[in-house]
Design a protein. Structure first.
Length: 113
């Protein structure tokens, strides 16, 4: 089994517009999906990310607030999963609730070091 990173982008602004009840239902779908992956031994870990952060560039000489990009480009969180190959990882990603709010999942294989 190989390890894959799911990078979740977008969808956050649409979720924020939902009522508290609708947001709770959506978050429950995330919990159910991730618990299922854990039970199958496919989930290694992951976390949502705060919207705010810092961007460090030029060897640490330039530090700016950010990232400030379009809502569809903001990274909202990540997961690391196990799959046989990239096609298997893509299949796992299809169950993600982010698609309900027009978000995307970038699937990348992790290189063992």
């Amino acid at each position: 089994m190989k390890e894959y990173l799911f990078v979740f982008r977008g969808g956050r602004d649409q979720v924020a517009e939902e009522s508290p009840e609708q947001m709770q239902i959506h978050m429950q779908k995330w919990s159910v999906w991730m618990e299922g992956l854990a039970k199958e031994g496919k989930l290694i870990g992951g976390q949502p990310l705060q919207k705010e952060g810092k961007v460090v560039a030029k060897g640490g000489k330039m530090i700016t607030d950010g990232p400030f990009t379009e809502g569809k480009e903001v990274v909202g969180g990540y997961l690391i999963v196990k799959a046989k190959d990239i096609d298997g990882a893509v299949e796992i990603s299809k169950g993600c609730p982010i698609y309900e709010f027009d978000g995307t999942t970038e699937v990348r294989e992790l290189i063992p070091m």
